[in-house]
Design a protein around this ligand. Structure first.
Ligand SMILES: Cc1cc2nc3c(=O)[nH]c(=O)nc-3n(C[C@H](O)[C@H](O)[C@H](O)COP(=O)(O)OP(=O)(O)OC[C@H]3O[C@@H](n4cnc5c(N)ncnc54)[C@H](O)[C@@H]3O)c2cc1C
Length: 323
């Protein structure tokens, strides 16, 4: 299996050497550098097996690199892609992760190879704690926290392949940037907002939530973990680091109700929360609470909305018990 390190001309050789060290901890595998830059100077003797060089002359936004990145992914299908923990790296990782149904982990500080998978560590809660978690469903898209790994020493003689006709501009082909219509219309403008949390559990379930939102004419928001898992677009982030909403109705599915999220939804006129944990903090901060599997509730709401066509009066509240 191959591991790909994705870098652009904004990254230094020092950073590249650090990311190669991180890639080496994944075990014996072929390491490729996928490099977006007008010049390969400085990177051509790095100790990797291959360099896929995609010349780009103008300055760029991360999304403009996505088509080329996707092409390379379709060609080589590495099970791990490593990015720098910077604006371009994290944006590329989260967007590609959505497209390839991968697991995106931001700011990885340590990697351990296990018998069946990997242990990835990262800092959480304002960098005060380190969390370690076992993962066993690739592909993984990791952004590596700065200075987490020693820079690898020495040079190499990589095979360099220059991609002549790289596809850059994504503006005409943005089909993998989801919720385009919702993105165009600001989340703050919707009267009803549906928010998906980690309890949504998968990208397919996230798609069901998006479909329900479409049926209800609602906007879609998401918590940070649900976005970092690649289930929702980055633009859906609601909370302290994302958008604040103040709809007439905010429905929160599978989110615990941590303070950063509450800051983004507290101005909603009514909050309905669905969570399997009766002690989830969201139940202290909502008007109506339902202790249930959120995906079952989403499914039954979809059935109700689909069956009633345009006659949608009194639909939502019949399904919910007041706390
Ligand atoms: C500086 C900083 C800024 C942050 N900014 C934001 C921000 O802007 N927005 C944000 O969202 N987070 C932000 N966070 C992260 C925040 O602290 C929480 O980690 C995050 O909100 C938790 O998201 P969650 O509720 O989806 O996940 P979790 O806390 O893991 O909760 C998942 C919930 O889903 C429930 N669940 C599981 N399965 C099901 C099911 N089948 N049906 C129903 N319920 C289920 C569980 O009981 C649990 O309550 C920030 C953190 C920091 C440190």
């Amino acid at each position: 299996m191959e591991v790909a390190i994705v870098l652009s001309r904004h990254n230094s050789r020092k950073e590249a050497r650090m990311l190669i060290s991180a890639a080496k901890t994944l075990g014996e595998r072929k390491i490729s550098l996928w490099y977006f830059s007008n010049s390969i100077e400085g990177m051509n003797k790095l100790p990797v097996d291959d360099i896929i060089w995609m010349p780009i002359s103008e300055d760029f936004l991360p999304y403009q690199l996505l088509p080329a990145l996707k092409e390379r992914y379709d060609e080589f299908s590495p099970d791990v892609l490593i990015f720098a923990d910077d604006y371009t790296g994290n944006n590329l990782a989260v967007e590609l992760s959505y497209y390839i149904n991968g697991t995106y982990i931001k700011g990885v500080t340590d990697i351990k190879k296990l018998f069946s998978g990997y242990l990835f560590a990262k800092r959480v809660y304002g960098l005060h704690l380190e969390s370690q978690r076992e993962y066993n469903s690739p592909p993984y898209l990791l952004s590596i926290a700065k200075d987490s790994f020693e820079e690898i020493r020495g040079d190499g003689l990589p095979n360099i392949k220059k991609i002549k006709n790289t596809t850059f501009k994504a503006s005409r082909n943005r089909k993998f940037i989801i919720h385009k219509k919702e993105k165009d219309r600001d989340l703050a403008d919707f009267e009803v907002v549906l928010i998906g949390g980690r309890g949504i559990g998968s990208k397919n379930n996230a798609k069901s939530l998006v479909y329900l939102a479409k049926l209800m004419g609602a906007g879609v928001g998401a918590t940070r973990p649900a976005i970092y898992n690649g289930w929702f677009d980055l633009s859906c982030l609601v909370g302290a680091s994302g958008k604040s909403v103040s709809p007439k109705l905010c429905m929160v599915f599978g989110a615990s109700g941590c303070m950063p999220l509450l800051l983004g939804i507290k101005k909603s006129q009514k909050i309905i929360a669905v969570n399997i944990d009766p002690y989830a903090p969201i139940f202290d901060n909502c008007d109506v609470g339902l202790v249930d599997d959120c995906n079952k509730v989403i499914k039954s709401l979809i059935e109700r909305f689909e069956s009633c066509g345009s006659n949608r009066s009194e639909l939502v509240h019949k399904d919910f018990k007041v706390k």
